[in-house]
Design a protein around this ligand. Structure first.
Ligand SMILES: Nc1ncnc2c1ncn2[C@@H]1O[C@H](COP(=O)(O)OP(=O)(O)O)[C@@H](O)[C@H]1O
Ligand SMILES: [Mg+2]
Length: 598
Protein backbone atom coordinates (compact mmCIF):
# COMPACT_ATOMS: atom_id res chain seq x y z
CA UNK A 1 0.00 0.00 0.00
CA UNK A 2 1.29 3.44 -0.85
CA UNK A 3 1.56 6.25 1.66
CA UNK A 4 -1.31 8.02 -0.06
CA UNK A 5 -3.57 4.95 0.21
CA UNK A 6 -2.65 4.55 3.84
CA UNK A 7 -3.46 8.15 4.51
CA UNK A 8 -6.79 7.86 2.67
CA UNK A 9 -7.61 4.81 4.80
CA UNK A 10 -6.80 6.59 8.01
CA UNK A 11 -8.80 9.64 7.01
CA UNK A 12 -11.83 7.60 6.02
CA UNK A 13 -11.76 5.85 9.39
CA UNK A 14 -12.13 9.17 11.18
CA UNK A 15 -14.37 10.58 8.51
CA UNK A 16 -17.39 8.32 8.56
CA UNK A 17 -19.70 10.97 7.13
CA UNK A 18 -17.39 11.67 4.20
CA UNK A 19 -17.02 15.30 5.24
CA UNK A 20 -13.33 15.43 4.38
CA UNK A 21 -13.98 13.70 1.07
CA UNK A 22 -16.51 16.40 0.20
CA UNK A 23 -14.06 19.10 1.18
CA UNK A 24 -11.44 17.49 -1.01
CA UNK A 25 -13.81 17.81 -3.96
CA UNK A 26 -14.00 21.59 -3.68
CA UNK A 27 -10.34 22.20 -2.86
CA UNK A 28 -9.39 22.34 -6.57
CA UNK A 29 -11.73 25.33 -6.89
CA UNK A 30 -9.71 27.20 -4.29
CA UNK A 31 -6.36 26.22 -5.81
CA UNK A 32 -6.60 28.83 -8.53
CA UNK A 33 -6.70 31.51 -5.84
CA UNK A 34 -4.42 29.72 -3.40
CA UNK A 35 -2.46 32.80 -2.37
CA UNK A 36 -5.48 34.88 -1.51
CA UNK A 37 -7.16 31.92 0.15
CA UNK A 38 -4.12 31.36 2.34
CA UNK A 39 -3.99 35.06 3.11
CA UNK A 40 -7.68 35.14 4.02
CA UNK A 41 -7.36 32.14 6.29
CA UNK A 42 -3.85 32.92 7.55
CA UNK A 43 -4.85 36.37 8.76
CA UNK A 44 -7.36 34.71 11.05
CA UNK A 45 -4.47 33.37 13.15
CA UNK A 46 -3.11 36.71 14.44
CA UNK A 47 -6.66 38.08 14.65
CA UNK A 48 -7.59 35.31 17.05
CA UNK A 49 -4.32 35.23 18.96
CA UNK A 50 -4.32 38.93 19.68
CA UNK A 51 -7.40 38.42 21.89
CA UNK A 52 -5.04 37.18 24.59
CA UNK A 53 -3.09 40.42 24.77
CA UNK A 54 -5.76 42.37 26.61
CA UNK A 55 -6.30 39.65 29.18
CA UNK A 56 -2.59 39.19 29.66
CA UNK A 57 -1.85 42.90 30.07
CA UNK A 58 -4.31 43.15 32.94
CA UNK A 59 -2.05 41.20 35.27
CA UNK A 60 0.86 43.65 35.51
CA UNK A 61 -1.64 46.49 35.44
CA UNK A 62 -3.56 45.11 38.40
CA UNK A 63 -0.51 44.05 40.39
CA UNK A 64 1.49 47.24 39.83
CA UNK A 65 -1.22 49.89 39.82
CA UNK A 66 -4.05 48.56 41.93
CA UNK A 67 -2.21 46.52 44.51
CA UNK A 68 1.29 47.98 44.87
CA UNK A 69 -0.02 51.49 44.10
CA UNK A 70 3.44 52.29 42.66
CA UNK A 71 3.91 55.92 41.73
CA UNK A 72 5.39 54.89 38.43
CA UNK A 73 2.26 53.99 36.51
CA UNK A 74 2.88 51.69 33.52
CA UNK A 75 1.80 54.30 30.95
CA UNK A 76 2.52 51.95 28.06
CA UNK A 77 -0.27 49.52 28.87
CA UNK A 78 -3.26 51.64 27.71
CA UNK A 79 -1.32 52.59 24.58
CA UNK A 80 -0.46 48.96 23.89
CA UNK A 81 -4.08 47.93 24.25
CA UNK A 82 -5.20 50.49 21.68
CA UNK A 83 -2.32 49.59 19.36
CA UNK A 84 -3.10 45.92 19.53
CA UNK A 85 -6.81 46.36 18.94
CA UNK A 86 -6.11 48.67 16.00
CA UNK A 87 -3.81 46.09 14.47
CA UNK A 88 -6.43 43.46 15.05
CA UNK A 89 -9.06 45.67 13.38
CA UNK A 90 -6.90 46.29 10.34
CA UNK A 91 -6.13 42.61 9.96
CA UNK A 92 -9.81 41.85 10.34
CA UNK A 93 -10.67 44.22 7.50
CA UNK A 94 -8.05 42.65 5.22
CA UNK A 95 -9.21 39.16 6.04
CA UNK A 96 -12.90 40.00 5.51
CA UNK A 97 -12.05 41.57 2.17
CA UNK A 98 -10.00 38.58 1.01
CA UNK A 99 -12.69 36.23 2.20
CA UNK A 100 -15.40 37.97 0.24
CA UNK A 101 -13.16 38.05 -2.82
CA UNK A 102 -12.15 34.41 -2.76
CA UNK A 103 -15.64 33.29 -1.70
CA UNK A 104 -17.24 35.22 -4.55
CA UNK A 105 -14.79 33.93 -7.16
CA UNK A 106 -15.01 30.33 -6.07
CA UNK A 107 -18.80 30.45 -5.88
CA UNK A 108 -18.91 31.76 -9.43
CA UNK A 109 -16.53 29.08 -10.69
CA UNK A 110 -18.55 26.41 -8.98
CA UNK A 111 -21.77 27.80 -10.41
CA UNK A 112 -20.27 27.79 -13.91
CA UNK A 113 -19.40 24.11 -13.55
CA UNK A 114 -22.79 23.30 -12.05
CA UNK A 115 -24.64 25.20 -14.79
CA UNK A 116 -22.81 23.17 -17.39
CA UNK A 117 -23.62 19.98 -15.53
CA UNK A 118 -27.25 21.07 -15.43
CA UNK A 119 -27.47 21.66 -19.17
CA UNK A 120 -25.93 18.26 -19.85
CA UNK A 121 -28.44 16.41 -17.71
CA UNK A 122 -30.54 13.96 -19.66
CA UNK A 123 -34.25 14.29 -20.29
CA UNK A 124 -35.16 11.91 -17.46
CA UNK A 125 -33.61 14.30 -14.94
CA UNK A 126 -35.81 17.16 -16.10
CA UNK A 127 -38.84 14.87 -16.26
CA UNK A 128 -38.50 14.06 -12.58
CA UNK A 129 -37.21 17.31 -11.02
CA UNK A 130 -38.89 20.64 -10.40
CA UNK A 131 -37.57 24.10 -11.19
CA UNK A 132 -37.40 24.67 -7.42
CA UNK A 133 -35.08 21.70 -6.96
CA UNK A 134 -32.83 23.09 -9.64
CA UNK A 135 -32.68 26.61 -8.17
CA UNK A 136 -31.83 25.09 -4.84
CA UNK A 137 -29.16 22.63 -5.89
CA UNK A 138 -27.45 24.63 -8.56
CA UNK A 139 -27.69 28.16 -7.22
CA UNK A 140 -28.55 28.40 -3.53
CA UNK A 141 -26.41 25.48 -2.47
CA UNK A 142 -23.39 26.92 -4.25
CA UNK A 143 -23.88 30.17 -2.35
CA UNK A 144 -24.29 28.43 0.97
CA UNK A 145 -21.49 25.96 0.49
CA UNK A 146 -18.73 28.28 -0.75
CA UNK A 147 -19.34 31.51 1.08
CA UNK A 148 -20.30 30.04 4.35
CA UNK A 149 -17.62 27.38 4.08
CA UNK A 150 -14.91 30.01 3.78
CA UNK A 151 -16.43 32.31 6.37
CA UNK A 152 -16.76 29.45 8.78
CA UNK A 153 -13.22 28.34 8.18
CA UNK A 154 -11.98 31.85 8.77
CA UNK A 155 -13.98 32.44 11.93
CA UNK A 156 -13.26 28.89 13.00
CA UNK A 157 -9.51 29.38 12.71
CA UNK A 158 -9.64 32.73 14.44
CA UNK A 159 -11.73 31.30 17.25
CA UNK A 160 -9.51 28.29 17.69
CA UNK A 161 -6.43 30.52 17.95
CA UNK A 162 -8.26 32.95 20.16
CA UNK A 163 -9.25 30.07 22.44
CA UNK A 164 -5.77 28.62 22.37
CA UNK A 165 -4.09 31.89 23.30
CA UNK A 166 -6.63 32.58 26.02
CA UNK A 167 -6.09 29.09 27.42
CA UNK A 168 -2.38 29.93 27.55
CA UNK A 169 -3.27 33.00 29.60
CA UNK A 170 -5.33 30.83 31.93
CA UNK A 171 -2.45 28.40 32.39
CA UNK A 172 0.03 31.22 32.90
CA UNK A 173 -2.08 32.68 35.69
CA UNK A 174 -2.98 29.49 37.51
CA UNK A 175 -2.80 25.94 36.22
CA UNK A 176 -5.14 24.67 38.94
CA UNK A 177 -7.94 27.06 38.03
CA UNK A 178 -7.20 26.50 34.35
CA UNK A 179 -7.85 22.78 34.63
CA UNK A 180 -11.28 23.39 36.17
CA UNK A 181 -12.18 25.94 33.52
CA UNK A 182 -11.02 23.76 30.62
CA UNK A 183 -12.87 20.68 31.86
CA UNK A 184 -16.09 22.68 32.14
CA UNK A 185 -15.66 24.18 28.70
CA UNK A 186 -14.99 20.80 27.10
CA UNK A 187 -18.16 19.42 28.72
CA UNK A 188 -20.06 22.38 27.33
CA UNK A 189 -18.78 21.82 23.79
CA UNK A 190 -19.45 18.09 23.56
CA UNK A 191 -23.16 18.37 22.64
CA UNK A 192 -22.18 20.46 19.62
CA UNK A 193 -20.52 17.49 18.02
CA UNK A 194 -23.88 15.70 17.95
CA UNK A 195 -25.48 18.55 16.04
CA UNK A 196 -25.04 17.04 12.60
CA UNK A 197 -26.85 13.82 13.45
CA UNK A 198 -29.60 15.79 15.17
CA UNK A 199 -30.57 17.93 12.23
CA UNK A 200 -29.48 16.06 9.12
CA UNK A 201 -32.79 14.35 8.34
CA UNK A 202 -34.79 17.47 9.10
CA UNK A 203 -32.63 19.79 7.01
CA UNK A 204 -32.99 17.44 4.06
CA UNK A 205 -36.76 17.60 4.42
CA UNK A 206 -36.88 21.32 4.93
CA UNK A 207 -34.67 21.84 1.90
CA UNK A 208 -37.05 19.98 -0.36
CA UNK A 209 -40.04 21.75 1.20
CA UNK A 210 -38.24 25.02 0.48
CA UNK A 211 -37.82 23.84 -3.11
CA UNK A 212 -41.58 23.38 -3.42
CA UNK A 213 -42.05 27.00 -2.43
CA UNK A 214 -39.74 28.21 -5.19
CA UNK A 215 -41.63 25.98 -7.61
CA UNK A 216 -44.89 27.60 -6.46
CA UNK A 217 -43.52 31.02 -7.39
CA UNK A 218 -42.41 29.72 -10.77
CA UNK A 219 -45.84 28.24 -11.39
CA UNK A 220 -47.59 31.44 -10.36
CA UNK A 221 -45.52 33.04 -13.07
CA UNK A 222 -45.62 30.43 -15.83
CA UNK A 223 -49.18 29.30 -15.13
CA UNK A 224 -50.75 32.69 -14.56
CA UNK A 225 -53.17 32.34 -17.49
CA UNK A 226 -54.53 29.04 -16.23
CA UNK A 227 -54.82 30.39 -12.71
CA UNK A 228 -56.80 33.35 -13.98
CA UNK A 229 -58.96 31.39 -16.40
CA UNK A 230 -59.97 28.78 -13.83
CA UNK A 231 -60.10 31.13 -10.85
CA UNK A 232 -57.56 29.03 -9.06
CA UNK A 233 -56.42 31.77 -6.69
CA UNK A 234 -57.81 30.16 -3.60
CA UNK A 235 -56.81 26.66 -4.57
CA UNK A 236 -53.22 27.65 -5.35
CA UNK A 237 -53.05 29.78 -2.19
CA UNK A 238 -54.11 26.82 -0.11
CA UNK A 239 -51.42 24.61 -1.60
CA UNK A 240 -48.89 27.36 -1.03
CA UNK A 241 -50.05 27.84 2.57
CA UNK A 242 -49.56 24.15 3.16
CA UNK A 243 -45.99 24.29 1.87
CA UNK A 244 -45.28 27.34 4.01
CA UNK A 245 -46.71 25.64 7.09
CA UNK A 246 -44.58 22.61 6.35
CA UNK A 247 -41.40 24.68 6.14
CA UNK A 248 -42.38 26.45 9.35
CA UNK A 249 -42.88 23.19 11.23
CA UNK A 250 -39.62 21.76 9.99
CA UNK A 251 -37.84 24.98 10.96
CA UNK A 252 -39.37 24.80 14.42
CA UNK A 253 -38.28 21.18 14.74
CA UNK A 254 -34.70 22.22 14.04
CA UNK A 255 -34.98 24.97 16.62
CA UNK A 256 -36.49 22.51 19.08
CA UNK A 257 -33.61 20.11 18.61
CA UNK A 258 -30.82 22.66 18.60
CA UNK A 259 -32.16 25.70 20.45
CA UNK A 260 -31.32 24.25 23.87
CA UNK A 261 -27.64 23.91 23.02
CA UNK A 262 -26.76 27.56 23.50
CA UNK A 263 -28.49 28.17 26.86
CA UNK A 264 -27.19 24.80 28.05
CA UNK A 265 -23.62 25.88 27.33
CA UNK A 266 -24.31 29.18 29.01
CA UNK A 267 -25.35 27.45 32.20
CA UNK A 268 -22.40 25.09 32.19
CA UNK A 269 -19.96 27.92 31.67
CA UNK A 270 -21.47 29.94 34.49
CA UNK A 271 -20.98 26.92 36.74
CA UNK A 272 -17.33 26.94 35.71
CA UNK A 273 -16.97 30.67 36.43
CA UNK A 274 -18.64 30.23 39.82
CA UNK A 275 -16.23 27.43 40.72
CA UNK A 276 -13.26 29.50 39.60
CA UNK A 277 -14.36 32.55 41.59
CA UNK A 278 -14.89 30.45 44.70
CA UNK A 279 -11.58 28.66 44.49
CA UNK A 280 -9.76 31.74 43.19
CA UNK A 281 -10.68 33.88 46.20
CA UNK A 282 -9.33 31.16 48.46
CA UNK A 283 -6.09 30.97 46.46
CA UNK A 284 -5.56 34.74 46.64
CA UNK A 285 -6.02 34.72 50.36
CA UNK A 286 -3.54 31.86 50.66
CA UNK A 287 -1.10 33.79 48.46
CA UNK A 288 -0.93 31.10 45.74
CA UNK A 289 -1.83 33.65 43.08
CA UNK A 290 -1.79 37.44 42.98
CA UNK A 291 -4.96 39.44 42.49
CA UNK A 292 -3.48 40.45 39.11
CA UNK A 293 -3.37 36.79 38.19
CA UNK A 294 -6.96 36.41 39.26
CA UNK A 295 -8.32 39.40 37.31
CA UNK A 296 -6.36 38.40 34.24
CA UNK A 297 -7.64 34.83 34.61
CA UNK A 298 -11.29 35.83 34.94
CA UNK A 299 -10.99 38.21 31.99
CA UNK A 300 -9.46 35.49 29.84
CA UNK A 301 -12.15 33.06 30.93
CA UNK A 302 -14.97 35.48 30.11
CA UNK A 303 -13.32 36.31 26.81
CA UNK A 304 -12.91 32.61 26.11
CA UNK A 305 -16.62 32.14 26.52
CA UNK A 306 -17.36 34.30 23.48
CA UNK A 307 -15.46 32.31 20.82
CA UNK A 308 -16.67 29.06 22.31
CA UNK A 309 -20.27 30.15 22.51
CA UNK A 310 -20.11 31.45 18.96
CA UNK A 311 -18.72 28.13 17.88
CA UNK A 312 -22.21 26.87 18.74
CA UNK A 313 -23.90 29.16 16.23
CA UNK A 314 -21.01 28.52 13.93
CA UNK A 315 -21.40 24.79 14.10
CA UNK A 316 -24.97 25.04 12.83
CA UNK A 317 -23.99 27.18 9.84
CA UNK A 318 -21.11 24.87 9.16
CA UNK A 319 -23.42 21.86 9.13
CA UNK A 320 -25.69 23.60 6.67
CA UNK A 321 -22.72 24.45 4.49
CA UNK A 322 -21.53 20.87 4.62
CA UNK A 323 -24.95 19.50 3.76
CA UNK A 324 -25.14 21.91 0.83
CA UNK A 325 -21.66 20.82 -0.16
CA UNK A 326 -22.75 17.20 -0.04
CA UNK A 327 -25.57 17.89 -2.47
CA UNK A 328 -23.24 19.84 -4.74
CA UNK A 329 -20.69 17.06 -4.81
CA UNK A 330 -23.49 14.67 -5.70
CA UNK A 331 -24.32 16.85 -8.68
CA UNK A 332 -20.65 17.27 -9.62
CA UNK A 333 -20.09 13.53 -9.46
CA UNK A 334 -23.25 12.64 -11.35
CA UNK A 335 -22.43 11.11 -14.70
CA UNK A 336 -25.23 11.51 -17.24
CA UNK A 337 -26.63 8.18 -18.36
CA UNK A 338 -26.66 9.46 -21.91
CA UNK A 339 -23.10 10.36 -22.88
CA UNK A 340 -20.46 9.76 -25.50
CA UNK A 341 -18.77 6.38 -25.70
CA UNK A 342 -15.02 6.45 -25.47
CA UNK A 343 -14.37 6.06 -29.18
CA UNK A 344 -17.55 7.73 -30.34
CA UNK A 345 -17.80 8.12 -34.11
CA UNK A 346 -18.61 11.40 -35.75
CA UNK A 347 -21.78 11.61 -37.81
CA UNK A 348 -21.05 13.71 -40.89
CA UNK A 349 -24.46 13.53 -42.55
CA UNK A 350 -27.10 11.07 -43.69
CA UNK A 351 -26.11 9.02 -46.73
CA UNK A 352 -28.44 6.04 -46.83
CA UNK A 353 -31.05 5.36 -44.16
CA UNK A 354 -32.26 5.42 -40.60
CA UNK A 355 -33.36 2.09 -39.18
CA UNK A 356 -35.27 1.14 -36.03
CA UNK A 357 -34.51 -2.53 -35.28
CA UNK A 358 -36.67 -4.26 -32.65
CA UNK A 359 -36.68 -1.15 -30.50
CA UNK A 360 -38.05 -1.57 -27.01
CA UNK A 361 -38.30 1.35 -24.65
CA UNK A 362 -39.74 2.29 -21.27
CA UNK A 363 -39.70 5.54 -19.24
CA UNK A 364 -40.37 3.69 -16.00
CA UNK A 365 -39.21 0.20 -15.17
CA UNK A 366 -41.54 -2.53 -16.42
CA UNK A 367 -43.92 -0.07 -18.05
CA UNK A 368 -43.09 -0.70 -21.72
CA UNK A 369 -43.95 2.23 -23.96
CA UNK A 370 -42.49 0.89 -27.22
CA UNK A 371 -42.80 -2.84 -27.83
CA UNK A 372 -40.57 -4.11 -30.60
CA UNK A 373 -40.76 -1.34 -33.19
CA UNK A 374 -38.94 -1.86 -36.50
CA UNK A 375 -38.88 0.21 -39.69
CA UNK A 376 -36.42 1.76 -42.13
CA UNK A 377 -36.55 5.28 -43.51
CA UNK A 378 -34.52 5.95 -46.66
CA UNK A 379 -32.61 9.16 -47.16
CA UNK A 380 -34.88 11.88 -48.55
CA UNK A 381 -38.09 10.12 -47.52
CA UNK A 382 -40.90 11.79 -45.60
CA UNK A 383 -42.05 9.38 -42.94
CA UNK A 384 -45.30 10.19 -41.17
CA UNK A 385 -46.30 8.77 -37.80
CA UNK A 386 -49.98 8.66 -36.93
CA UNK A 387 -52.05 7.10 -34.21
CA UNK A 388 -53.98 7.90 -31.10
CA UNK A 389 -52.61 10.19 -28.48
CA UNK A 390 -50.31 8.44 -26.02
CA UNK A 391 -49.46 5.70 -28.51
CA UNK A 392 -45.75 6.48 -28.55
CA UNK A 393 -45.19 8.67 -31.63
CA UNK A 394 -43.27 11.43 -29.84
CA UNK A 395 -41.32 8.79 -27.98
CA UNK A 396 -40.17 7.24 -31.25
CA UNK A 397 -38.84 10.48 -32.68
CA UNK A 398 -37.26 11.55 -29.38
CA UNK A 399 -35.12 8.42 -29.48
CA UNK A 400 -33.35 9.46 -32.69
CA UNK A 401 -31.42 12.41 -31.15
CA UNK A 402 -31.01 10.26 -28.01
CA UNK A 403 -33.12 12.36 -25.66
CA UNK A 404 -33.60 8.93 -24.11
CA UNK A 405 -31.77 5.65 -24.63
CA UNK A 406 -33.61 2.53 -25.68
CA UNK A 407 -33.91 -0.57 -23.57
CA UNK A 408 -33.11 -3.09 -26.29
CA UNK A 409 -32.80 -3.29 -30.03
CA UNK A 410 -31.00 -0.58 -31.97
CA UNK A 411 -31.46 2.62 -33.87
CA UNK A 412 -29.05 2.81 -36.77
CA UNK A 413 -28.05 5.77 -38.88
CA UNK A 414 -26.30 4.51 -42.04
CA UNK A 415 -25.77 1.26 -40.17
CA UNK A 416 -24.16 2.85 -37.08
CA UNK A 417 -25.93 2.62 -33.72
CA UNK A 418 -26.80 6.12 -32.46
CA UNK A 419 -25.17 5.14 -29.15
CA UNK A 420 -21.84 4.79 -30.97
CA UNK A 421 -22.04 8.33 -32.34
CA UNK A 422 -20.87 11.43 -30.52
CA UNK A 423 -23.88 13.25 -29.12
CA UNK A 424 -22.70 16.53 -30.57
CA UNK A 425 -22.37 15.26 -34.12
CA UNK A 426 -25.63 13.31 -33.86
CA UNK A 427 -27.58 16.35 -32.73
CA UNK A 428 -25.84 18.59 -35.27
CA UNK A 429 -27.47 16.52 -37.96
CA UNK A 430 -31.01 16.68 -36.62
CA UNK A 431 -33.39 19.63 -36.45
CA UNK A 432 -36.46 19.35 -34.27
CA UNK A 433 -39.53 21.55 -34.46
CA UNK A 434 -41.74 20.88 -31.47
CA UNK A 435 -45.35 21.80 -30.83
CA UNK A 436 -44.10 24.44 -28.44
CA UNK A 437 -40.68 25.75 -29.39
CA UNK A 438 -39.02 27.37 -26.45
CA UNK A 439 -38.00 30.94 -27.08
CA UNK A 440 -35.37 32.54 -24.90
CA UNK A 441 -35.59 36.05 -23.57
CA UNK A 442 -33.89 38.40 -26.02
CA UNK A 443 -34.59 39.56 -29.54
CA UNK A 444 -36.05 37.78 -32.55
CA UNK A 445 -32.58 37.80 -34.11
CA UNK A 446 -31.01 36.17 -31.04
CA UNK A 447 -33.63 33.45 -31.12
CA UNK A 448 -33.29 32.60 -34.79
CA UNK A 449 -29.50 32.70 -34.67
CA UNK A 450 -29.55 29.91 -32.08
CA UNK A 451 -29.95 27.59 -35.08
CA UNK A 452 -26.46 28.52 -36.25
CA UNK A 453 -24.51 31.10 -34.31
CA UNK A 454 -22.12 31.57 -37.25
CA UNK A 455 -24.79 32.23 -39.87
CA UNK A 456 -24.23 35.20 -42.15
CA UNK A 457 -26.70 38.05 -42.52
CA UNK A 458 -27.63 36.68 -45.96
CA UNK A 459 -28.38 33.22 -44.54
CA UNK A 460 -30.46 34.81 -41.84
CA UNK A 461 -32.45 36.80 -44.40
CA UNK A 462 -33.10 33.67 -46.42
CA UNK A 463 -34.26 31.69 -43.41
CA UNK A 464 -36.65 34.51 -42.54
CA UNK A 465 -38.01 34.60 -46.06
CA UNK A 466 -38.47 30.83 -46.25
CA UNK A 467 -40.30 30.74 -42.95
CA UNK A 468 -42.63 33.60 -44.01
CA UNK A 469 -41.50 35.92 -41.24
CA UNK A 470 -40.54 38.80 -43.53
CA UNK A 471 -43.80 40.74 -43.41
CA UNK A 472 -44.16 40.33 -39.70
CA UNK A 473 -40.61 41.47 -38.96
CA UNK A 474 -40.91 44.42 -41.34
CA UNK A 475 -44.03 45.54 -39.55
CA UNK A 476 -42.10 45.86 -36.29
CA UNK A 477 -40.54 49.17 -35.40
CA UNK A 478 -37.31 47.54 -34.29
CA UNK A 479 -37.54 44.69 -36.78
CA UNK A 480 -35.26 41.75 -36.02
CA UNK A 481 -34.04 43.45 -32.89
CA UNK A 482 -37.46 43.47 -31.25
CA UNK A 483 -37.46 42.02 -27.76
CA UNK A 484 -39.86 39.12 -27.51
CA UNK A 485 -40.29 39.04 -23.73
CA UNK A 486 -39.68 36.06 -21.52
CA UNK A 487 -40.63 32.85 -23.35
CA UNK A 488 -41.88 34.91 -26.27
CA UNK A 489 -45.07 36.01 -24.52
CA UNK A 490 -45.30 39.02 -26.83
CA UNK A 491 -45.73 36.83 -29.92
CA UNK A 492 -48.65 34.84 -31.31
CA UNK A 493 -48.46 31.07 -31.51
CA UNK A 494 -47.95 31.13 -35.28
CA UNK A 495 -45.17 33.71 -35.04
CA UNK A 496 -43.41 31.72 -32.35
CA UNK A 497 -43.66 28.59 -34.46
CA UNK A 498 -42.22 30.34 -37.51
CA UNK A 499 -39.29 31.59 -35.43
CA UNK A 500 -38.72 27.97 -34.44
CA UNK A 501 -38.82 27.00 -38.12
CA UNK A 502 -36.41 29.79 -39.11
CA UNK A 503 -34.06 28.42 -36.47
CA UNK A 504 -34.25 25.00 -38.12
CA UNK A 505 -33.59 26.59 -41.53
CA UNK A 506 -30.38 28.11 -40.22
CA UNK A 507 -29.32 24.84 -38.66
CA UNK A 508 -29.78 23.18 -42.06
CA UNK A 509 -29.55 19.62 -40.73
CA UNK A 510 -30.24 16.70 -43.08
CA UNK A 511 -32.67 15.02 -40.67
CA UNK A 512 -35.81 16.88 -39.66
CA UNK A 513 -38.27 15.96 -36.93
CA UNK A 514 -41.64 17.67 -36.81
CA UNK A 515 -43.66 16.77 -33.73
CA UNK A 516 -47.14 18.25 -34.07
CA UNK A 517 -45.56 21.49 -35.17
CA UNK A 518 -48.89 23.00 -36.18
CA UNK A 519 -51.24 21.31 -33.72
CA UNK A 520 -51.50 24.21 -31.31
CA UNK A 521 -52.43 26.73 -34.00
CA UNK A 522 -55.70 28.04 -35.35
CA UNK A 523 -56.52 27.44 -39.02
CA UNK A 524 -55.30 30.78 -40.26
CA UNK A 525 -51.93 30.54 -38.48
CA UNK A 526 -51.65 26.88 -39.37
CA UNK A 527 -51.79 27.55 -43.10
CA UNK A 528 -48.82 29.85 -43.18
CA UNK A 529 -46.80 27.74 -40.74
CA UNK A 530 -47.59 24.69 -42.86
CA UNK A 531 -46.21 26.47 -45.93
CA UNK A 532 -43.05 27.35 -44.03
CA UNK A 533 -42.75 23.75 -42.94
CA UNK A 534 -43.11 22.51 -46.49
CA UNK A 535 -40.22 24.74 -47.50
CA UNK A 536 -38.20 23.33 -44.63
CA UNK A 537 -38.98 19.71 -45.59
CA UNK A 538 -37.45 20.06 -49.07
CA UNK A 539 -34.38 17.86 -49.60
CA UNK A 540 -34.42 16.50 -46.07
CA UNK A 541 -35.25 13.21 -44.46
CA UNK A 542 -38.32 13.99 -42.43
CA UNK A 543 -40.13 12.37 -39.55
CA UNK A 544 -43.46 14.08 -39.20
CA UNK A 545 -46.16 13.69 -36.59
CA UNK A 546 -49.14 15.70 -37.74
CA UNK A 547 -52.86 15.89 -37.52
CA UNK A 548 -53.34 17.43 -40.96
CA UNK A 549 -54.29 15.10 -43.71
CA UNK A 550 -52.31 16.78 -46.50
CA UNK A 551 -49.05 16.46 -44.60
CA UNK A 552 -49.73 12.82 -43.90
CA UNK A 553 -51.23 12.04 -47.28
CA UNK A 554 -48.23 13.34 -49.16
CA UNK A 555 -45.76 11.45 -47.01
CA UNK A 556 -43.79 8.74 -48.77
CA UNK A 557 -44.77 6.32 -46.08
CA UNK A 558 -47.03 6.33 -43.07
CA UNK A 559 -46.59 4.30 -39.89
CA UNK A 560 -49.58 3.74 -37.66
CA UNK A 561 -48.56 3.50 -34.01
CA UNK A 562 -50.93 1.98 -31.49
CA UNK A 563 -50.08 1.32 -27.86
CA UNK A 564 -46.37 1.26 -28.55
CA UNK A 565 -46.57 -0.99 -31.57
CA UNK A 566 -46.25 -0.31 -35.26
CA UNK A 567 -49.46 -1.83 -36.58
CA UNK A 568 -49.63 -0.63 -40.18
CA UNK A 569 -47.10 0.79 -42.59
CA UNK A 570 -47.37 1.93 -46.21
CA UNK A 571 -48.35 4.93 -48.28
CA UNK A 572 -51.74 6.59 -48.12
CA UNK A 573 -53.20 4.59 -50.99
CA UNK A 574 -52.07 1.28 -49.59
CA UNK A 575 -53.31 1.98 -46.09
CA UNK A 576 -56.65 3.39 -47.08
CA UNK A 577 -57.42 0.19 -48.93
CA UNK A 578 -57.00 -2.10 -45.93
CA UNK A 579 -60.50 -3.13 -44.97
CA UNK A 580 -61.15 -2.38 -41.32
CA UNK A 581 -57.65 -0.89 -41.18
CA UNK A 582 -56.74 1.43 -38.35
CA UNK A 583 -55.45 4.11 -40.70
CA UNK A 584 -58.65 3.95 -42.73
CA UNK A 585 -60.63 4.39 -39.57
CA UNK A 586 -58.41 7.24 -38.34
CA UNK A 587 -58.65 8.87 -41.72
CA UNK A 588 -62.41 8.74 -41.78
CA UNK A 589 -62.98 9.85 -38.22
CA UNK A 590 -60.15 12.25 -37.47
CA UNK A 591 -58.51 13.67 -40.55
CA UNK A 592 -61.70 14.17 -42.46
CA UNK A 593 -63.02 16.21 -39.56
CA UNK A 594 -59.92 18.39 -39.39
CA UNK A 595 -60.07 18.86 -43.15
CA UNK A 596 -63.70 19.85 -42.97
CA UNK A 597 -62.84 22.47 -40.38
CA UNK A 598 -60.18 23.94 -42.69
N1 LIG B 1 -41.27 11.89 -20.07
C1 LIG B 1 -42.09 10.87 -19.85
N2 LIG B 1 -42.01 10.16 -18.70
C2 LIG B 1 -42.84 9.11 -18.49
N3 LIG B 1 -43.79 8.71 -19.34
C3 LIG B 1 -43.92 9.36 -20.51
C4 LIG B 1 -43.09 10.48 -20.82
N4 LIG B 1 -43.44 10.94 -22.03
C5 LIG B 1 -44.46 10.15 -22.45
N5 LIG B 1 -44.75 9.21 -21.55
C6 LIG B 1 -45.74 8.15 -21.70
O1 LIG B 1 -45.38 7.36 -22.82
C7 LIG B 1 -46.51 7.04 -23.60
C8 LIG B 1 -46.30 7.51 -25.03
O2 LIG B 1 -46.27 8.92 -25.06
P1 LIG B 1 -45.98 9.76 -26.38
O3 LIG B 1 -44.83 9.16 -27.08
O4 LIG B 1 -45.85 11.16 -25.97
O5 LIG B 1 -47.31 9.54 -27.22
P2 LIG B 1 -47.82 10.31 -28.48
O6 LIG B 1 -46.78 11.25 -28.94
O7 LIG B 1 -48.12 9.22 -29.46
O8 LIG B 1 -49.08 10.99 -28.09
C9 LIG B 1 -47.71 7.68 -22.93
O9 LIG B 1 -48.33 6.68 -22.17
C10 LIG B 1 -47.11 8.71 -22.03
O10 LIG B 1 -47.86 8.86 -20.86
MG1 LIG C 1 -46.80 13.36 -28.97
Amino acid sequence: MTIKENLTNIISKFDKDGVMKNYAKVIPYFKKYWFRTLLALGLAIPIGSLDAVIALSLKPYMDIVMVDKTVQSPWYIPILIVAFTSTQGLLNYLSTYMNAWVGGKVTNDLKKTLYNKLMHKDATFFDTKTSGDIMRWFNNDANTACNSLLNNLKTGISRVFSSFSLVCVLLYNSWQLAIIAIVVLICAVIPLTKMRALIKSITDKSESAGGRIITAYNEAFAGNKVVTAYNLYEHQSKLFDKDLENVFHLGMKITQKTGWLSPMMHIMVSVGIAAVIGLGSYMIVKGVITSGNFVSFITALIMLYTPIKLLGNNAKNMQNALLALERIVKQLDAIPAIRDKENAKKLTGLYDSIEFKNVKFEYKKNKPVLKDVSFTVKKGETFALVGNSGGGKSTIVNLIPRFYDIKSGSILIDGVDVRDLSLESLRNNISVVFQDNFLFSGTIRDNIMLGNLNATEAQLKEAIKDSYLEDFINSLEKGLDTNIGERGVLLSGGQKQRIGIARAFLKDAPILILDEATSALDNEAEKIVQQAIENLMKDRTVFVIAHRLTTVQNADRIAVIKNGELVEIGNHKELINITDGIYKHLYESQFAKVEAAV
